[in-house]
Ligand binder design. Structure first.
Ligand code: SF4
Length: 361
């Protein structure tokens, strides 16, 4: 999809054309200008020439429950970027429990969450992450970030007519706060009622702890959710796992998060990958509980999708870790390990595609 000539093509058109075109592109999700039936034929032809809508991609499906899909989208310069669609089925039990309450509609609905990337590769080189290990190529433009959402919206339109993307998480390849301007431009575009119209509260951004970005986000008029990739309860361990921790110590991160909470009143999620023998001991849980015992802090324990270097903690260890935190009064959740069949942990798809290609070269 290439829309940089769009303003040029529409410059002599009446204002309402912009509204029509935005609706076709970002609410009807057309994939060919011939579908824009209310535009004059000559304009459709010019748009088809100047602003092609095709998005080239390979799709990889979860072979198990078939609820997740991952796509590798091919960009203009030959680079590619990965994005994931996670489909959660309606929760019948929750729906029953919520009979008569306002939240019932939410419990009933299918939930489609899209995980999007903000960079090609990542410069932060976290030792547990396949994206980090494959290096950094470049930042994505806001248009390339939005394109990932449009791709999944088009697919849902084809496959499940009445479904759409409900949630967006900026948790794919890259560190969004190292590409702040394009990330926030994309987030505002996705939120705009005249374009994709996805509520800010249904969007989340995850950072490895870039404090400048946390401060900037606190000043935005966009009530999106903030998550911090923590993964360790001491600076010593964090520095071993995440080289970026040499620059941003835990104390700096918590100070920025506390300022963010003071300014926005919003809850902050701390993500903690559970890695066997690395960060999942009783002592780790106790140390973590001291850091996390604050009113708007929530810790999310994530079963690790193995990339080769580390092993995943067992289910029993995760349960025990969770119990320890809860006993200390910490708010804690455990993320379901969706998408592991299609390597939905960040960076793993590009790696496996690369490996496959090599076999046939
Ligand atoms: S975990 Fe996130 S920040 Fe770390 S290397 Fe991977 S993509 Fe980058």
């Amino acid at each position: 999809m290439k829309l940089n000539n769009l303003s040029q093509v529409l410059k002599d058109q009446p204002k309402y054309r912009y509204v029509q075109v935005n609706k076709f592109l970002f609410q009807d999700y057309i994939s060919d200008w011939s579908e824009a039936s209310s535009l004059p034929k000559s304009l459709r032809e010019e748009l088809a020439l100047e602003c092609p809508l095709e998005i080239k991609a390979d799709i990889f499906e979860d072979q198990g429950r078939k609820l997740s899909k991952k796509a590798l989208i091919y960009l203009e310069d030959g680079e590619s970027v990965e994005t994931v669609l996670i489909r959660q089925k309606a929760d019948k039990k929750l729906e029953k429990d919520m009979e008569g309450s306002d939240a019932k509609a939410d419990a009933r609905a299918h939930r489609n969450t899209v995980c999007i990337s903000s960079q090609i590769g990542c410069p932060l080189d976290c030792s547990f992450c396949a994206t980090g290990q494959s290096g950094f190529k470049r930042n994505l433009s806001a248009e390339e970030i939005v394109e990932q959402v449009v791709f999944w919206q088009r697919l849902l339109k084809q496959e499940a007519k009445d479904e759409k993307v409900d949630n967006i998480v900026f948790m794919g390849m890259g560190e969004p706060f190292l590409n702040y301007n394009e990330f926030i431009k994309a987030a505002k575009f996705i939120n705009n009622p005249e374009t994709l119209n996805i509520g800010a509260r249904r969007m989340s951004v995850s950072t490895a702890g870039i404090t400048e970005g946390i401060k900037r986000l606190a000043g935005e008029k966009l009530q999106m959710n903030l998550a911090i990739s923590l993964h360790a309860s001491t600076d010593t361990l964090r520095r071993k796992l995440m080289p970026v921790a040499k620059k941003y110590e835990l104390e700096d991160i918590f100070r920025a998060v506390d300022d963010y909470i003071k300014k926005t009143g919003r809850r902050v999620m701390f993500e903690y990958l559970m890695m066997k023998g690395v960060n999942d001991s009783q002592a780790d849980a106790e140390e973590l509980s001291i850091l996390m015992r604050k009113p708007l802090y929530l810790i999310n324990l994530i079963p690790y999708n193995e990339t080769g270097r580390f092993q995943a903690s067992t289910r029993e260890t995760i349960d025990h870790f969770k119990n320890t935190l809860e006993k200390k009064g910490v708010s804690v959740t455990v993320r379901l390990s969706f998408g592991s069949d299609i390597s939905a942990a960040c960076g793993q798809l590009k790696r496996s595609v690369g490996a496959k290609k090599k076999m046939f070269d």
